[in-house]
Design a protein around this ligand. Sequence first.
Ligand SMILES: Cc1cc2nc3c(=O)[nH]c(=O)nc-3n(C[C@H](O)[C@H](O)[C@H](O)COP(=O)(O)OP(=O)(O)OC[C@H]3O[C@@H](n4cnc5c(N)ncnc54)[C@H](O)[C@@H]3O)c2cc1C
Length: 515
Amino acid sequence: MTSIETDVLILGGGPAGLWAAVSAAAEGARVVLVDKSRCGSNGPTVYGSTTLWDIPPGRSRTEAVDRALRGGGGLGDEAWLHRMVDETHRRLRVWSGIRHRGPDGADGDPPVARLDGASYLRRLRRGALEAGVRILDHHPALQLLADPAGTIVGAAGVQRHNKFRPWTIRAGAVVVATGGCAFLSGGAGTEVNTGEGLLMAAEAGAELSGMEFSSAYGLAPVLAKVHPNPAVAPGLSVRFAALYDDGGRELAGGYPAALTALADGRRVFAALHEVPDTVRHWLSRHGAVDAVGRVPVRAVLTGTVAGAGGLALTGTDCATTVRGLFAAGAVAGREVVFGAAGPTGGPRGAWALSSGTWAGAGAAAFALDAGRADDARPVPGGGLGPHAHLDPRAVIGLVQEHTLPLRRSYRRSAGSLRDSIAELDSIWPAARYELGGIGAGQVRARQAAALLAVARWAGYSALVRTESRGIHRRVDHPEPAVGWQVGQRCGGLDTVWVRRCVAAAELTASRPATV
Ligand SMILES: Cc1cc2nc3c(=O)[nH]c(=O)nc-3n(C[C@H](O)[C@H](O)[C@H](O)COP(=O)(O)OP(=O)(O)OC[C@H]3O[C@@H](n4cnc5c(N)ncnc54)[C@H](O)[C@@H]3O)c2cc1C
Protein backbone atom coordinates (compact mmCIF):
# COMPACT_ATOMS: atom_id res chain seq x y z
CA MET A 1 0.00 0.00 0.00
CA THR A 2 1.35 3.43 -0.97
CA SER A 3 0.18 6.22 1.37
CA ILE A 4 0.71 9.91 0.61
CA GLU A 5 -0.37 13.14 2.33
CA THR A 6 -0.93 16.38 0.46
CA ASP A 7 -2.99 19.57 0.51
CA VAL A 8 -4.83 19.18 -2.81
CA LEU A 9 -5.44 15.95 -4.69
CA ILE A 10 -6.51 16.17 -8.33
CA LEU A 11 -8.23 13.16 -9.91
CA GLY A 12 -7.67 13.24 -13.68
CA GLY A 13 -4.94 14.86 -15.76
CA GLY A 14 -6.71 16.20 -18.85
CA PRO A 15 -6.70 19.97 -19.53
CA ALA A 16 -9.04 20.72 -16.61
CA GLY A 17 -7.03 18.70 -14.08
CA LEU A 18 -3.72 20.17 -15.26
CA TRP A 19 -5.00 23.77 -15.06
CA ALA A 20 -6.40 22.95 -11.59
CA ALA A 21 -3.05 21.55 -10.47
CA VAL A 22 -1.10 24.63 -11.61
CA SER A 23 -3.65 26.95 -10.04
CA ALA A 24 -3.62 25.13 -6.67
CA ALA A 25 0.20 25.11 -6.65
CA ALA A 26 0.23 28.85 -7.37
CA GLU A 27 -1.79 29.34 -4.17
CA GLY A 28 0.99 27.66 -2.17
CA ALA A 29 -0.63 24.22 -1.84
CA ARG A 30 1.19 20.91 -2.13
CA VAL A 31 -0.48 19.16 -5.06
CA VAL A 32 -0.67 15.53 -6.18
CA LEU A 33 -2.39 14.62 -9.47
CA VAL A 34 -3.35 11.03 -10.32
CA ASP A 35 -4.44 9.80 -13.75
CA LYS A 36 -5.70 6.38 -14.68
CA SER A 37 -3.71 6.51 -17.88
CA ARG A 38 -0.70 8.73 -18.65
CA CYS A 39 -1.61 12.29 -17.74
CA GLY A 40 -1.49 14.47 -20.85
CA SER A 41 -1.44 11.60 -23.34
CA ASN A 42 -5.09 10.65 -23.54
CA GLY A 43 -8.63 12.00 -23.56
CA PRO A 44 -10.47 13.76 -26.42
CA THR A 45 -8.15 16.79 -26.42
CA VAL A 46 -5.09 14.78 -27.44
CA TYR A 47 -6.54 14.03 -30.91
CA GLY A 48 -6.11 16.64 -33.64
CA SER A 49 -6.26 20.35 -32.99
CA THR A 50 -8.08 21.98 -30.12
CA THR A 51 -9.60 25.43 -29.95
CA LEU A 52 -10.25 27.72 -26.99
CA TRP A 53 -12.35 30.86 -27.06
CA ASP A 54 -9.88 33.72 -26.68
CA ILE A 55 -12.06 36.81 -26.84
CA PRO A 56 -10.83 40.26 -25.80
CA PRO A 57 -13.25 42.61 -24.02
CA GLY A 58 -15.52 44.46 -26.42
CA ARG A 59 -18.23 43.81 -28.94
CA SER A 60 -17.11 40.35 -30.06
CA ARG A 61 -17.19 39.17 -26.43
CA THR A 62 -20.70 40.53 -25.82
CA GLU A 63 -21.91 38.99 -29.08
CA ALA A 64 -20.35 35.58 -28.29
CA VAL A 65 -21.94 35.54 -24.83
CA ASP A 66 -25.35 36.58 -26.24
CA ARG A 67 -25.15 33.85 -28.89
CA ALA A 68 -24.17 31.24 -26.29
CA LEU A 69 -27.11 32.26 -24.09
CA ARG A 70 -29.52 31.93 -27.03
CA GLY A 71 -27.97 28.59 -28.08
CA GLY A 72 -28.36 27.33 -24.52
CA GLY A 73 -32.12 27.77 -24.65
CA GLY A 74 -32.14 30.41 -21.93
CA LEU A 75 -30.68 28.13 -19.22
CA GLY A 76 -27.13 29.51 -19.19
CA ASP A 77 -26.02 32.26 -16.86
CA GLU A 78 -24.62 35.47 -18.34
CA ALA A 79 -22.34 36.24 -15.38
CA TRP A 80 -20.75 32.76 -15.46
CA LEU A 81 -20.21 33.02 -19.23
CA HIS A 82 -18.53 36.44 -18.96
CA ARG A 83 -16.36 35.18 -16.11
CA MET A 84 -15.33 32.11 -18.15
CA VAL A 85 -14.41 34.17 -21.21
CA ASP A 86 -12.52 36.72 -19.14
CA GLU A 87 -10.53 34.12 -17.17
CA THR A 88 -9.58 32.23 -20.34
CA HIS A 89 -8.50 35.38 -22.18
CA ARG A 90 -6.38 36.60 -19.25
CA ARG A 91 -4.71 33.21 -18.72
CA LEU A 92 -3.91 32.74 -22.41
CA ARG A 93 -2.31 36.21 -22.58
CA VAL A 94 0.35 35.13 -20.10
CA TRP A 95 0.61 31.45 -20.98
CA SER A 96 3.63 30.65 -23.11
CA GLY A 97 2.16 27.80 -25.10
CA ILE A 98 -0.01 29.68 -27.64
CA ARG A 99 0.95 28.91 -31.22
CA HIS A 100 -1.79 30.41 -33.32
CA ARG A 101 -4.66 32.80 -32.78
CA GLY A 102 -7.70 32.88 -35.05
CA PRO A 103 -8.73 36.16 -36.70
CA ASP A 104 -10.43 38.53 -34.26
CA GLY A 105 -14.00 37.79 -35.22
CA ALA A 106 -13.47 38.87 -38.82
CA ASP A 107 -15.70 36.09 -40.18
CA GLY A 108 -18.37 36.59 -37.51
CA ASP A 109 -17.08 33.74 -35.33
CA PRO A 110 -15.58 34.55 -31.91
CA PRO A 111 -11.75 34.69 -31.90
CA VAL A 112 -10.08 31.47 -30.77
CA ALA A 113 -6.64 30.18 -29.85
CA ARG A 114 -5.84 27.11 -31.96
CA LEU A 115 -3.44 24.52 -30.58
CA ASP A 116 -2.29 21.06 -31.46
CA GLY A 117 -4.07 19.02 -28.75
CA ALA A 118 -1.15 16.72 -27.94
CA SER A 119 1.36 19.61 -27.66
CA TYR A 120 -1.10 21.61 -25.56
CA LEU A 121 -1.36 18.78 -23.03
CA ARG A 122 2.39 18.10 -23.08
CA ARG A 123 3.07 21.75 -22.33
CA LEU A 124 0.49 21.84 -19.54
CA ARG A 125 2.03 18.71 -18.00
CA ARG A 126 5.50 20.26 -18.13
CA GLY A 127 4.14 23.44 -16.53
CA ALA A 128 2.55 21.45 -13.72
CA LEU A 129 5.81 19.58 -13.02
CA GLU A 130 7.74 22.87 -13.03
CA ALA A 131 5.19 24.24 -10.50
CA GLY A 132 6.05 21.35 -8.16
CA VAL A 133 3.00 19.17 -8.83
CA ARG A 134 3.59 15.47 -8.20
CA ILE A 135 2.05 13.50 -11.08
CA LEU A 136 1.22 9.82 -10.63
CA ASP A 137 0.45 8.13 -13.97
CA HIS A 138 -1.49 4.86 -14.28
CA HIS A 139 -3.13 5.42 -10.89
CA PRO A 140 -6.91 4.96 -11.41
CA ALA A 141 -8.91 6.40 -8.50
CA LEU A 142 -11.64 4.02 -7.37
CA GLN A 143 -13.25 5.68 -4.33
CA LEU A 144 -13.16 8.82 -2.21
CA LEU A 145 -12.18 9.05 1.45
CA ALA A 146 -14.42 10.96 3.86
CA ASP A 147 -14.10 12.00 7.50
CA PRO A 148 -16.91 11.22 9.99
CA ALA A 149 -18.67 14.53 9.11
CA GLY A 150 -18.75 13.56 5.41
CA THR A 151 -16.04 16.00 4.30
CA ILE A 152 -13.89 14.59 1.51
CA VAL A 153 -10.33 14.05 2.70
CA GLY A 154 -8.71 12.03 -0.06
CA ALA A 155 -9.10 9.12 -2.42
CA ALA A 156 -7.94 5.57 -2.94
CA GLY A 157 -7.16 3.46 -5.99
CA VAL A 158 -4.70 1.06 -7.54
CA GLN A 159 -1.43 1.30 -9.46
CA ARG A 160 -1.86 -0.22 -12.91
CA HIS A 161 1.86 -0.51 -13.62
CA ASN A 162 2.69 -2.02 -10.22
CA LYS A 163 0.63 -5.20 -10.03
CA PHE A 164 -2.44 -3.17 -9.08
CA ARG A 165 -1.06 -2.44 -5.61
CA PRO A 166 -3.44 -0.14 -3.69
CA TRP A 167 -2.71 3.54 -3.00
CA THR A 168 -4.30 5.97 -0.55
CA ILE A 169 -3.84 9.73 -0.68
CA ARG A 170 -4.99 11.91 2.23
CA ALA A 171 -5.69 15.50 1.20
CA GLY A 172 -7.18 18.71 2.57
CA ALA A 173 -9.39 18.94 -0.55
CA VAL A 174 -10.02 16.94 -3.72
CA VAL A 175 -10.69 18.19 -7.27
CA VAL A 176 -12.52 15.71 -9.54
CA ALA A 177 -11.42 16.29 -13.16
CA THR A 178 -12.08 12.87 -14.65
CA GLY A 179 -13.90 14.14 -17.76
CA GLY A 180 -17.42 13.34 -18.91
CA CYS A 181 -18.99 10.01 -19.83
CA ALA A 182 -19.29 8.87 -23.45
CA PHE A 183 -20.48 5.30 -22.71
CA LEU A 184 -17.51 3.72 -24.57
CA SER A 185 -19.09 4.80 -27.87
CA GLY A 186 -15.79 4.85 -29.78
CA GLY A 187 -15.41 8.64 -30.12
CA ALA A 188 -11.76 9.69 -30.36
CA GLY A 189 -10.11 9.70 -26.95
CA THR A 190 -13.32 9.05 -25.03
CA GLU A 191 -12.33 5.54 -23.93
CA VAL A 192 -11.12 7.09 -20.64
CA ASN A 193 -14.44 8.91 -20.13
CA THR A 194 -16.32 6.18 -18.28
CA GLY A 195 -17.93 8.15 -15.46
CA GLU A 196 -16.10 6.93 -12.32
CA GLY A 197 -15.64 10.51 -11.10
CA LEU A 198 -19.39 11.08 -11.24
CA LEU A 199 -20.07 7.81 -9.43
CA MET A 200 -17.46 8.37 -6.71
CA ALA A 201 -18.86 11.84 -6.01
CA ALA A 202 -22.49 10.67 -6.01
CA GLU A 203 -21.59 7.88 -3.58
CA ALA A 204 -20.32 10.59 -1.26
CA GLY A 205 -23.68 12.37 -1.63
CA ALA A 206 -22.97 14.83 -4.47
CA GLU A 207 -25.83 16.11 -6.62
CA LEU A 208 -25.74 16.32 -10.41
CA SER A 209 -27.22 18.94 -12.71
CA GLY A 210 -28.45 19.00 -16.30
CA MET A 211 -28.09 15.24 -16.84
CA GLU A 212 -30.84 15.32 -19.49
CA PHE A 213 -28.35 17.28 -21.62
CA SER A 214 -26.11 14.24 -21.99
CA SER A 215 -27.23 13.26 -25.47
CA ALA A 216 -24.62 14.99 -27.65
CA TYR A 217 -23.62 13.13 -30.82
CA GLY A 218 -20.73 13.62 -33.20
CA LEU A 219 -20.04 12.08 -36.60
CA ALA A 220 -17.35 9.52 -37.39
CA PRO A 221 -16.42 7.62 -40.54
CA VAL A 222 -17.82 4.12 -40.94
CA LEU A 223 -14.72 1.94 -40.91
CA ALA A 224 -14.69 -1.30 -42.89
CA LYS A 225 -11.43 -2.36 -41.24
CA VAL A 226 -11.41 -1.86 -37.49
CA HIS A 227 -8.02 -1.02 -35.97
CA PRO A 228 -6.97 -3.58 -33.36
CA ASN A 229 -6.26 -0.73 -30.93
CA PRO A 230 -9.32 1.56 -31.00
CA ALA A 231 -7.37 4.30 -29.18
CA VAL A 232 -5.33 4.80 -32.36
CA ALA A 233 -8.06 6.39 -34.44
CA PRO A 234 -7.15 9.91 -35.52
CA GLY A 235 -9.81 9.85 -38.25
CA LEU A 236 -12.54 9.75 -35.66
CA SER A 237 -11.80 13.26 -34.44
CA VAL A 238 -12.32 14.88 -37.86
CA ARG A 239 -14.94 17.60 -38.07
CA PHE A 240 -16.32 17.41 -41.61
CA ALA A 241 -16.90 20.75 -43.35
CA ALA A 242 -19.71 19.60 -45.65
CA LEU A 243 -22.04 16.62 -45.61
CA TYR A 244 -24.10 15.07 -48.40
CA ASP A 245 -27.10 12.81 -48.82
CA ASP A 246 -27.21 9.63 -50.90
CA GLY A 247 -28.00 11.64 -54.05
CA GLY A 248 -24.95 13.89 -53.62
CA ARG A 249 -26.94 16.94 -52.44
CA GLU A 250 -25.27 18.96 -49.69
CA LEU A 251 -27.15 18.89 -46.38
CA ALA A 252 -27.74 22.58 -45.75
CA GLY A 253 -28.29 22.11 -42.02
CA GLY A 254 -24.81 20.64 -41.36
CA TYR A 255 -24.40 18.29 -38.39
CA PRO A 256 -27.99 18.56 -37.01
CA ALA A 257 -29.40 17.79 -40.50
CA ALA A 258 -26.99 14.85 -40.83
CA LEU A 259 -28.04 13.42 -37.46
CA THR A 260 -31.72 13.78 -38.40
CA ALA A 261 -31.07 11.98 -41.70
CA LEU A 262 -29.21 9.17 -39.93
CA ALA A 263 -31.99 8.89 -37.33
CA ASP A 264 -34.45 8.55 -40.25
CA GLY A 265 -32.39 5.65 -41.58
CA ARG A 266 -30.86 7.59 -44.50
CA ARG A 267 -27.17 7.50 -45.36
CA VAL A 268 -24.87 10.51 -44.98
CA PHE A 269 -21.47 11.10 -46.57
CA ALA A 270 -18.52 13.45 -46.25
CA ALA A 271 -16.47 14.45 -49.27
CA LEU A 272 -12.93 13.16 -49.16
CA HIS A 273 -11.29 16.20 -50.74
CA GLU A 274 -12.25 18.31 -47.71
CA VAL A 275 -10.21 16.41 -45.14
CA PRO A 276 -6.47 16.97 -44.57
CA ASP A 277 -4.03 14.70 -46.50
CA THR A 278 -2.86 12.71 -43.46
CA VAL A 279 -6.45 11.92 -42.45
CA ARG A 280 -7.37 11.07 -46.08
CA HIS A 281 -4.63 8.43 -46.26
CA TRP A 282 -5.66 7.05 -42.89
CA LEU A 283 -9.31 6.81 -43.99
CA SER A 284 -8.34 5.01 -47.22
CA ARG A 285 -6.16 2.54 -45.33
CA HIS A 286 -9.04 1.73 -42.94
CA GLY A 287 -11.58 1.11 -45.66
CA ALA A 288 -13.60 4.23 -44.89
CA VAL A 289 -13.83 5.37 -48.52
CA ASP A 290 -16.54 3.93 -50.78
CA ALA A 291 -16.29 3.05 -54.48
CA VAL A 292 -17.10 6.61 -55.63
CA GLY A 293 -14.68 8.31 -53.25
CA ARG A 294 -17.06 9.35 -50.47
CA VAL A 295 -16.75 8.72 -46.72
CA PRO A 296 -19.95 7.25 -45.22
CA VAL A 297 -20.42 8.62 -41.68
CA ARG A 298 -22.22 7.38 -38.59
CA ALA A 299 -23.46 9.02 -35.40
CA VAL A 300 -21.29 8.61 -32.27
CA LEU A 301 -22.64 9.48 -28.84
CA THR A 302 -20.34 11.86 -27.00
CA GLY A 303 -22.67 11.86 -23.97
CA THR A 304 -21.77 14.26 -21.19
CA VAL A 305 -18.30 14.90 -22.70
CA ALA A 306 -19.85 17.26 -25.22
CA GLY A 307 -23.10 17.78 -23.32
CA ALA A 308 -23.78 19.84 -20.21
CA GLY A 309 -24.56 17.30 -17.47
CA GLY A 310 -22.26 16.72 -14.50
CA LEU A 311 -21.62 17.45 -10.84
CA ALA A 312 -23.73 20.37 -9.63
CA LEU A 313 -21.64 23.40 -8.66
CA THR A 314 -22.53 25.47 -5.63
CA GLY A 315 -20.31 28.48 -6.15
CA THR A 316 -17.79 30.23 -8.35
CA ASP A 317 -14.94 28.24 -6.79
CA CYS A 318 -16.45 25.11 -8.45
CA ALA A 319 -17.27 23.54 -5.07
CA THR A 320 -19.75 20.67 -5.33
CA THR A 321 -22.58 19.94 -2.90
CA VAL A 322 -20.14 17.86 -0.80
CA ARG A 323 -17.66 19.65 1.49
CA GLY A 324 -14.04 19.38 0.42
CA LEU A 325 -14.92 18.21 -3.11
CA PHE A 326 -14.48 20.45 -6.17
CA ALA A 327 -15.17 19.72 -9.86
CA ALA A 328 -13.49 20.95 -13.04
CA GLY A 329 -13.94 20.42 -16.77
CA ALA A 330 -16.33 17.99 -18.36
CA VAL A 331 -17.17 16.17 -15.10
CA ALA A 332 -18.77 19.38 -13.79
CA GLY A 333 -22.33 20.42 -14.58
CA ARG A 334 -22.03 23.04 -17.34
CA GLU A 335 -25.65 24.18 -17.50
CA VAL A 336 -24.47 27.43 -15.89
CA VAL A 337 -22.46 28.28 -19.01
CA PHE A 338 -23.83 26.21 -21.90
CA GLY A 339 -27.46 25.85 -20.78
CA ALA A 340 -29.14 23.12 -22.84
CA ALA A 341 -26.58 23.25 -25.65
CA GLY A 342 -23.75 20.90 -26.51
CA PRO A 343 -21.33 23.45 -27.96
CA THR A 344 -18.35 22.42 -30.05
CA GLY A 345 -14.75 23.63 -29.91
CA GLY A 346 -13.88 26.99 -28.34
CA PRO A 347 -16.34 27.26 -25.42
CA ARG A 348 -15.50 23.77 -24.13
CA GLY A 349 -11.79 24.46 -24.16
CA ALA A 350 -12.44 27.73 -22.33
CA TRP A 351 -14.50 25.90 -19.72
CA ALA A 352 -11.78 23.28 -19.08
CA LEU A 353 -9.21 26.05 -18.55
CA SER A 354 -11.34 28.40 -16.44
CA SER A 355 -13.15 25.83 -14.30
CA GLY A 356 -9.80 24.09 -13.69
CA THR A 357 -8.26 27.36 -12.58
CA TRP A 358 -11.15 28.14 -10.21
CA ALA A 359 -11.44 24.61 -8.78
CA GLY A 360 -7.69 24.46 -8.12
CA ALA A 361 -7.69 27.80 -6.31
CA GLY A 362 -10.90 26.92 -4.44
CA ALA A 363 -9.53 23.57 -3.30
CA ALA A 364 -6.24 25.16 -2.20
CA ALA A 365 -8.04 27.81 -0.15
CA PHE A 366 -10.25 25.14 1.46
CA ALA A 367 -7.31 22.82 2.20
CA LEU A 368 -5.05 25.51 3.65
CA ASP A 369 -7.91 26.73 5.85
CA ALA A 370 -9.35 23.41 7.06
CA GLY A 371 -7.95 21.46 9.99
CA ARG A 372 -6.86 17.91 9.18
CA ALA A 373 -9.28 15.16 10.36
CA ASP A 374 -7.62 12.11 11.92
CA ASP A 375 -10.26 9.67 10.76
CA ALA A 376 -10.67 9.00 7.03
CA ARG A 377 -12.73 6.13 5.69
CA PRO A 378 -13.27 4.94 2.12
CA VAL A 379 -16.76 5.82 0.88
CA PRO A 380 -18.38 2.47 0.03
CA GLY A 381 -19.40 2.02 -3.58
CA GLY A 382 -20.80 -0.20 -6.32
CA GLY A 383 -18.60 -2.83 -7.97
CA LEU A 384 -15.88 -2.72 -5.33
CA GLY A 385 -16.32 -6.21 -3.88
CA PRO A 386 -13.48 -8.75 -4.07
CA HIS A 387 -15.47 -11.27 -6.12
CA ALA A 388 -16.76 -11.08 -9.69
CA HIS A 389 -20.19 -12.68 -9.74
CA LEU A 390 -21.34 -10.58 -12.69
CA ASP A 391 -19.46 -10.00 -15.95
CA PRO A 392 -18.88 -6.24 -16.48
CA ARG A 393 -19.36 -6.82 -20.23
CA ALA A 394 -22.99 -7.79 -19.63
CA VAL A 395 -23.61 -4.53 -17.78
CA ILE A 396 -21.78 -2.42 -20.36
CA GLY A 397 -23.68 -4.13 -23.21
CA LEU A 398 -27.02 -3.29 -21.62
CA VAL A 399 -25.97 0.30 -20.95
CA GLN A 400 -24.85 0.74 -24.56
CA GLU A 401 -28.07 -0.75 -25.91
CA HIS A 402 -29.99 1.93 -24.01
CA THR A 403 -27.74 4.90 -24.70
CA LEU A 404 -25.81 4.69 -28.00
CA PRO A 405 -28.54 4.32 -30.68
CA LEU A 406 -30.06 7.54 -32.03
CA ARG A 407 -33.52 6.17 -31.23
CA ARG A 408 -32.54 6.06 -27.54
CA SER A 409 -30.68 9.32 -26.93
CA TYR A 410 -31.34 11.54 -29.98
CA ARG A 411 -35.08 10.93 -30.30
CA ARG A 412 -36.42 10.33 -26.85
CA SER A 413 -40.00 9.62 -25.80
CA ALA A 414 -41.67 8.75 -22.52
CA GLY A 415 -42.13 5.18 -23.80
CA SER A 416 -38.51 4.60 -24.80
CA LEU A 417 -37.16 6.30 -21.67
CA ARG A 418 -39.41 4.26 -19.36
CA ASP A 419 -38.33 1.10 -21.14
CA SER A 420 -34.65 1.99 -20.74
CA ILE A 421 -35.03 3.01 -17.09
CA ALA A 422 -36.83 -0.25 -16.24
CA GLU A 423 -34.09 -2.35 -17.86
CA LEU A 424 -31.24 -0.39 -16.33
CA ASP A 425 -32.87 -0.28 -12.88
CA SER A 426 -33.40 -4.03 -12.94
CA ILE A 427 -29.67 -4.72 -13.25
CA TRP A 428 -28.53 -2.05 -10.75
CA PRO A 429 -28.76 -4.16 -7.53
CA ALA A 430 -26.71 -6.96 -9.12
CA ALA A 431 -24.24 -4.45 -10.58
CA ARG A 432 -23.83 -2.73 -7.24
CA TYR A 433 -23.19 -5.84 -5.18
CA GLU A 434 -22.03 -8.53 -7.61
CA LEU A 435 -19.62 -6.65 -9.85
CA GLY A 436 -16.14 -6.77 -8.42
CA GLY A 437 -12.80 -8.46 -8.65
CA ILE A 438 -9.17 -7.77 -8.06
CA GLY A 439 -6.53 -5.99 -10.14
CA ALA A 440 -7.68 -5.16 -13.66
CA GLY A 441 -10.99 -6.88 -12.92
CA GLN A 442 -11.74 -4.38 -10.17
CA VAL A 443 -11.03 -1.43 -12.46
CA ARG A 444 -13.33 -2.87 -15.16
CA ALA A 445 -16.06 -3.59 -12.61
CA ARG A 446 -15.92 -0.04 -11.33
CA GLN A 447 -16.18 1.36 -14.87
CA ALA A 448 -19.23 -0.81 -15.59
CA ALA A 449 -20.94 0.36 -12.38
CA ALA A 450 -20.18 3.97 -13.28
CA LEU A 451 -21.52 3.68 -16.85
CA LEU A 452 -24.72 2.18 -15.50
CA ALA A 453 -25.15 4.89 -12.87
CA VAL A 454 -24.64 7.68 -15.43
CA ALA A 455 -27.10 6.08 -17.89
CA ARG A 456 -29.75 5.93 -15.13
CA TRP A 457 -29.29 9.59 -14.08
CA ALA A 458 -29.49 10.66 -17.73
CA GLY A 459 -32.59 8.55 -18.41
CA TYR A 460 -34.49 9.71 -15.31
CA SER A 461 -33.64 13.37 -15.95
CA ALA A 462 -34.70 13.11 -19.61
CA LEU A 463 -38.03 11.54 -18.62
CA VAL A 464 -38.90 14.32 -16.20
CA ARG A 465 -38.12 17.17 -18.67
CA THR A 466 -41.28 17.02 -20.78
CA GLU A 467 -40.13 19.35 -23.54
CA SER A 468 -37.41 19.66 -26.19
CA ARG A 469 -34.62 22.13 -25.47
CA GLY A 470 -31.08 22.23 -26.86
CA ILE A 471 -29.67 18.73 -27.24
CA HIS A 472 -32.55 17.19 -25.23
CA ARG A 473 -35.09 16.14 -27.89
CA ARG A 474 -38.42 14.52 -27.05
CA VAL A 475 -40.53 13.29 -29.99
CA ASP A 476 -43.59 13.38 -27.71
CA HIS A 477 -42.84 16.98 -26.61
CA PRO A 478 -41.14 18.48 -29.69
CA GLU A 479 -41.16 22.16 -28.59
CA PRO A 480 -39.62 24.09 -25.68
CA ALA A 481 -42.19 24.66 -22.93
CA VAL A 482 -42.46 28.03 -21.20
CA GLY A 483 -42.57 26.54 -17.69
CA TRP A 484 -39.38 24.61 -18.29
CA GLN A 485 -36.92 27.50 -18.35
CA VAL A 486 -35.30 26.02 -15.25
CA GLY A 487 -32.54 23.56 -14.51
CA GLN A 488 -32.81 20.12 -12.92
CA ARG A 489 -30.83 18.38 -10.21
CA CYS A 490 -30.62 14.63 -9.76
CA GLY A 491 -28.77 12.03 -7.72
CA GLY A 492 -29.19 8.85 -5.74
CA LEU A 493 -28.00 5.31 -6.35
CA ASP A 494 -30.56 2.67 -5.39
CA THR A 495 -33.34 5.23 -5.78
CA VAL A 496 -32.69 7.90 -8.38
CA TRP A 497 -34.33 11.25 -7.71
CA VAL A 498 -34.84 14.30 -9.94
CA ARG A 499 -36.11 17.74 -9.02
CA ARG A 500 -36.51 21.09 -10.68
CA CYS A 501 -34.37 23.99 -9.49
CA VAL A 502 -36.50 26.95 -8.49
CA ALA A 503 -34.06 29.23 -10.30
CA ALA A 504 -31.19 28.54 -12.71
CA ALA A 505 -28.69 29.79 -10.15
CA GLU A 506 -30.07 27.76 -7.27
CA LEU A 507 -27.22 27.02 -4.92
CA THR A 508 -28.57 24.86 -2.15
CA ALA A 509 -30.33 21.53 -2.11
CA SER A 510 -33.87 21.12 -0.83
CA ARG A 511 -35.87 17.96 -0.36
CA PRO A 512 -35.71 15.97 -3.59
CA ALA A 513 -38.79 14.62 -5.34
CA THR A 514 -38.62 10.95 -6.23
CA VAL A 515 -39.54 9.98 -9.79
C1 LIG B 1 -14.87 14.14 -30.52
C2 LIG B 1 -14.59 15.30 -29.58
C3 LIG B 1 -13.94 16.45 -30.06
C4 LIG B 1 -13.65 17.51 -29.21
N1 LIG B 1 -13.03 18.63 -29.70
C5 LIG B 1 -12.73 19.65 -28.86
C6 LIG B 1 -12.04 20.82 -29.32
O1 LIG B 1 -11.73 20.95 -30.49
N2 LIG B 1 -11.76 21.80 -28.43
C7 LIG B 1 -12.10 21.67 -27.12
O2 LIG B 1 -11.77 22.56 -26.36
N3 LIG B 1 -12.75 20.60 -26.68
C8 LIG B 1 -13.08 19.59 -27.50
N4 LIG B 1 -13.74 18.51 -27.04
C9 LIG B 1 -14.16 18.53 -25.67
C10 LIG B 1 -13.02 18.07 -24.80
O3 LIG B 1 -13.20 16.70 -24.60
C11 LIG B 1 -13.10 18.76 -23.48
O4 LIG B 1 -13.04 20.15 -23.67
C12 LIG B 1 -11.93 18.36 -22.59
O5 LIG B 1 -11.39 17.10 -22.93
C13 LIG B 1 -12.37 18.30 -21.19
O6 LIG B 1 -11.23 18.18 -20.42
P1 LIG B 1 -11.25 17.42 -19.02
O7 LIG B 1 -9.90 17.63 -18.48
O8 LIG B 1 -12.43 17.82 -18.25
O9 LIG B 1 -11.49 15.87 -19.39
P2 LIG B 1 -10.63 14.84 -20.24
O10 LIG B 1 -9.83 15.54 -21.27
O11 LIG B 1 -11.56 13.79 -20.66
O12 LIG B 1 -9.59 14.26 -19.17
C14 LIG B 1 -10.00 13.42 -18.13
C15 LIG B 1 -8.76 12.75 -17.53
O13 LIG B 1 -9.15 12.05 -16.36
C16 LIG B 1 -8.56 10.76 -16.35
N5 LIG B 1 -9.42 9.87 -15.56
C17 LIG B 1 -10.67 9.44 -15.85
N6 LIG B 1 -11.13 8.66 -14.87
C18 LIG B 1 -10.16 8.59 -13.94
C19 LIG B 1 -10.04 7.91 -12.69
N7 LIG B 1 -11.01 7.12 -12.21
N8 LIG B 1 -8.89 8.06 -11.99
C20 LIG B 1 -7.88 8.83 -12.46
N9 LIG B 1 -7.94 9.47 -13.64
C21 LIG B 1 -9.06 9.36 -14.37
C22 LIG B 1 -8.45 10.38 -17.81
O14 LIG B 1 -7.46 9.40 -18.03
C23 LIG B 1 -8.13 11.73 -18.46
O15 LIG B 1 -6.74 11.97 -18.51
C24 LIG B 1 -14.04 17.44 -27.87
C25 LIG B 1 -14.69 16.30 -27.39
C26 LIG B 1 -14.97 15.24 -28.24
C27 LIG B 1 -15.68 14.03 -27.71
